[in-house]
Design a protein around this ligand. Structure first.
Ligand SMILES: [Zn+2]
Length: 379
């Protein structure tokens, strides 16, 4: 029995926790899993917990800590590199990597996110490995629903269904884990698209909470901003979104320096490559957060317009929300929310973030307060 249970932190999923724990304890781990569940159901966290249990599981050693910090060189995480899903080349890279020997541990774990975004061609490149991976490899695939994953993939995996965690329960878990109020937890959830793990990190960081304030500040000033102010604000948003990357880059460089002496050149190269991808993913995540925070502001304005101020999440900027609500109407807000969604999609398609935010602020200003169509202020 382990000292620290790697599965303890898989909040809100008691059945999954019990199932995975028993599989490890009874030596019944299979070579391929498919975790299915909506965003925010803790699939990624559970995948890393299983990886930790497979790599060692004591919960205390350097290897276990590395897995938990998502830094272990033998635990690989992949997300789709193409805007609409996995590219065949990316899948071929994953397959080629599974054939390599582990770097530090005696086995390797591959966490492959969003396999619901794997089309038939990409899946075909993956099937043989999925059916018969090398002996030292365990594959953990993550997907939103079982139905959205190609049957050829589902049939080769042991499926583990995750339940939807209701927002109030998620806020409670975050409040407890991060030591913040449930109100702050809800604010974080709105910024992090419902992900519990990301929200815990977000609400604990003063820098991230400041970042949120700045985005809300721009949203609150929109009505009075001229064209130049919009351009400037767009640039400001990009700078803010990219600020945390410097810190991550520094940590990555320190990690390389630490390992340089006892790792082979090829292993270092693989770590560098993984770091580069992690940095890109973090940058995208941060840019998407700008959109999520803007959307949560707009939903709050809508709530006030609909006479339901108790639904407001960003209660700390209530004055700005009420001001916006008094100058626009529900149909206009719906258009504005659609613009934010389009902006988020454009970011995924690698359109330059300056261009995306620039266009977004102009569109929001026009949609909410523009003079093109007469409107009835709702309060
Ligand atoms: Zn350990």
């Amino acid at each position: 029995m382990s000292v620290i249970d790697p599965f303890e932190g898989v909040f809100g999923q008691p059945q999954v926790r019990g199932f995975l724990r028993a599989s490890v304890e009874n030596g019944r781990v299979t070579h391929a899993y498919l975790f299915t569940g909506p965003a925010g159901s803790n699939k990624t966290l559970a995948a890393y917990a299983l990886a930790e249990a497979l790599i060692c599981g004591c919960g205390e050693c350097d290897a276990c800590r590395k897995v938990r910090r998502r830094k272990h060189p033998d635990v690989h995480y992949y997300a789709p590199e193409g805007a609409v899903g996995y590219l065949v080349d990316q899948v071929r890279d994953i397959v080629a990597d599974t054939a390599l020997a582990p770097i530090q541990a005696s086995s390797k774990v591959y966490i492959v996110d969003r396999v619901d975004l794997m089309n038939a061609a990409s899946a075909n490149a993956f099937l043989k490995t999925l059916e018969e991976p090398p002996d030292d490899v365990v594959l953990i695939l993550l997907g939103r629903t079982r139905e959205s994953v190609l049957p050829t993939i589902v049939s080769r995996c042991s499926v583990v269904p995750f339940r939807h965690i209701p927002a109030t329960e998620a806020a409670g878990i975050i409040a407890q884990q991060a030591g913040v109020t449930p109100a702050r937890a809800r604010i974080g959830l709105a910024a992090c698209d419902g992900s519990i793990t990301k929200t815990i990190e977000f609400v604990k960081s003063n820098e991230r909470m400041e970042f949120r304030k700045s985005v809300l500040g721009v949203m609150g000033r929109l009505a009075s901003m001229d064209s130049w102010a919009c351009i400037e604000a767009a640039r400001e948003l990009v700078d803010l979104a990219k600020a945390p990357l410097d810190e991550i880059r520094a940590a990555q460089e320190a990690e390389i320096r630490e390992n340089e002496d006892f790792l082979a050149k090829s292993a270092i190269r693989r770590i560098e490559e993984r770091n580069k991808k992690a940095l890109t993913a973090k940058s995208l995540e941060s840019l998407h957060q700008v959109a999520s925070i803007a959307a949560s502001f707009l939903r709050d304005v809508l709530a006030v317009c609909a006479q339901s101020p108790e639904l407001v999440v960003n209660a700390d900027v209530m004055t700005a929300i009420e001001e916006a609500a008094s100058a626009t109407d529900e149909a206009r807000i719906a258009r504005a929310i659609a613009s934010v969604r389009a902006c988020s999609a454009a970011i995924s398609y690698n359109v330059s973030p300056e261009t995306c935010f620039d266009a977004l602020l102009f569109e929001l200003k026009e949609a909410l307060y523009g003079s093109r169509s007469p409107y009835q202020a709702c309060i």
